[in-house]
Design a protein around this ligand. Structure first.
Ligand SMILES: NC(=O)c1ccc[n+]([C@@H]2O[C@H](COP(=O)([O-])OP(=O)(O)OC[C@H]3O[C@@H](n4cnc5c(N)ncnc54)[C@H](O)[C@@H]3O)[C@@H](O)[C@H]2O)c1
Length: 488
């Protein structure tokens, strides 16, 4: 691809046009990715590496020249077939992989209790009525009719469909959390081992180029031995109010505790980077702000009830959903946008999303800290923060020969001996670009019947959940929890 002197992209090859039009960057080699940096801004090397491309950096550090390269992938001759259970927000993202990659994956049936979602899915995935089931149980009342199932139902509804799918010999892609209790997580693991099925867990951050890169730098020994880790998960405050104050995960009795529901990604990433089983965890945290006692004077049950502070409240549902049109995916709005005003107001008057954030039945902490001691002596401090204006995990890794500071778009490595700094920058989509990269590895794992192609198999993912359950016990009981990961 020719690039003019000022770096502005001039001509795209046919192949690049294809990537651009399909929005599918998975197949780009890193060289192609970097070559188009003005057009996609994927990598920017700053400081002393500013003029180098990935190939040079990779050759200096002895790494593969394509960060997305997976030597285990092969050409798929016949698409893997999957049944989507739970056609909601997450399920639709995974099934979208089939639309973008019809040669690799076909959705052959769906199950959802919501008729609107079934109807939409029937048209999207070109399914006949008898392939659109009204409940997950209906799927397993039939003989096995696909290679795999994708389970993206609500948190409390993972265990039963997962066990039924294992009984019926399906391979599985399972949304996290694996289950909402430790006993159920262990049960699923045990059954997956017994039936020898592939169960991939949607710890999508492991597949994001940013974290893959970070892992590769650490594993290559560029900062020596890891000594300690600091990791922060900022849940931007409106996101917090949407999901964990008003939304489906607001109460740990109906969903999973937030350390599991939101931060099992983080316990998983920390465990993965440290590359050692955890020994002890300890957690402090509580719900400090989103409580009845902080309801402002003049506030009402719903933002639409004539609340006197609606105009100045950062959590006004009218502002977030109606005026700003944010996070509307929870409303199943009609395709005809001219009806949205009326429909959004209707939703705000009838659903939890219109209720005052200070008058909910929420119990999830809005801040917590977890300390971890790993078997190899590494310590890690994790904090989840809801009172922040930004997202994007912040990570600092302290090593014997250097350190790393990162924010999910850029990370900077400093070498203590040479004092040189090397920086990687990468801008991608939601979840750091991990969603469809997970799908690519999972489809390959099912196609080749090789669970080693997955970085987040149930066998490794369960550890992060045990860490989260331990942290929650510690928070509740003010204890230090000894985590036993002997799960065979
Ligand atoms: N990996 C991640 O980063 C990530 C991010 C967000 C959510 N999640 C998890 O993904 C899962 C789904 O979350 P979501 O946001 O897509 O929720 P959602 O509500 O949008 O989707 C869940 C779907 O399951 C359907 N459903 C409910 N009962 C059913 C039944 N008996 N049979 C079949 N379908 C049924 C619902 O109608 C809904 O369409 C949750 O467990 C959530 O915690 C994971």
């Amino acid at each position: 691809m020719p690039i003019s002197n000022d770096g502005i992209f001039v001509v795209l090859t046919i192949q690049e046009c294809y990537y651009f039009l399909t929005g599918n960057f998975l197949y780009m080699s890193l060289r192609q990715f970097i070559a188009s940096r003005k057009f996609l801004r994927p990598f920017q090397f700053i400081k002393d590496t500013a003029t180098l491309g990935w190939n040079e950096v990779a050759s200096i550090f002895g790494m593969h020249d394509d960060v997305f390269y997976n030597p285990g992938h092969i050409k798929i001759e016949k698409p893997v077939t999957a049944i989507l259970i739970g056609v909601g927000h997450r399920g639709s993202i995974y099934a979208d992989y089939a639309i973008k990659n019809p040669g690799e994956l076909t959705i052959v049936a769906v199950a959802d209790i919501n008729p609107e979602r079934r109807k939409k899915a029937a048209s999207l995935y070109k399914l006949s009525q008898d392939c659109c089931f009204k409940d997950w149980k209906e799927v397993f009342s039939k003989e096995k009719f696909a290679d795999a199932v994708i389970i993206a139902t609500p948190d409390q509804l993972h265990t039963q469909p997962c066990l039924a799918a294992l009984d019926a010999c399906y391979d599985i892609l399972l949304e996290k959390p694996i289950a909402t209790t430790e006993a159920e997580c262990r049960l699923i693991l045990q059954k997956a081992i017994e039936t020898n099925r592939i169960v991939g867990v949607c710890h999508v951050l492991r597949y994001s180029p940013y974290f893959r890169e970070l892992k590769e730098v650490i594993d290559a020994g560029l900062i020596g031995d890891i000594i300690s880790v600091q990791h922060m998960e900022p849940i931007e405050h409106i996101h917090m109010s949407h999901s964990y104050v008003r939304g489906k995960w607001r109460n740990s009795k109906n969903a999973a505790p937030i350390i599991l529901a939101k931060s099992s990604h983080d316990t998983d990433i920390i465990r993965w980077l440290v590359n050692s089983p955890v020994h002890d965890v300890h957690c402090f945290g509580n719900l400090r702000w989103f409580t009845n006692r902080n309801a402002p004077e003049g506030s009402t049950e719903r933002c639409t009830d004539g609340c006197k502070v609606e105009g100045t409240c950062p959590y006004s549902a009218l502002q977030i959903y109606y005026r700003d049109r944010k996070r509307l995916y929870v409303f199943d709005l009609p395709a005809d946008e001219s009806r949205w005003d009326e429909k959004i107001i209707e939703q705000l008057k009838t659903t939890d999303y219109g209720r005052c954030v200070y008058r909910m039945d929420n119990d999830q902490p809005d801040h917590l800290t977890v300390n971890m001691l790993f078997e190899n002596g590494v310590t890690a401090a994790f904090s989840m923060e809801a009172h922040v204006s930004y997202e994007g995990r912040r990570t600092r890794i302290m090593g014997s020969k250097g350190d790393i500071m990162g924010d999910m778009e850029t990370f900077i490595m400093t070498d203590f001996q040479t004092r040189k700094q090397t920086s990687w920058s990468l801008v991608t989509d939601t979840h750091g670009g991990g969603d469809h990269r997970l799908m690519k590895d999972w489809v390959q794992a099912v196609y080749q019947q090789n669970k080693d192609l997955l970085s987040s198999s149930i066998e490794v993912s369960v550890e992060s959940h045990l860490m989260a359950f331990g942290a929650e016990r510690s928070r509740q009981n003010r204890t230090i929890e000894d985590i036993r990961l002997s799960v065979q």
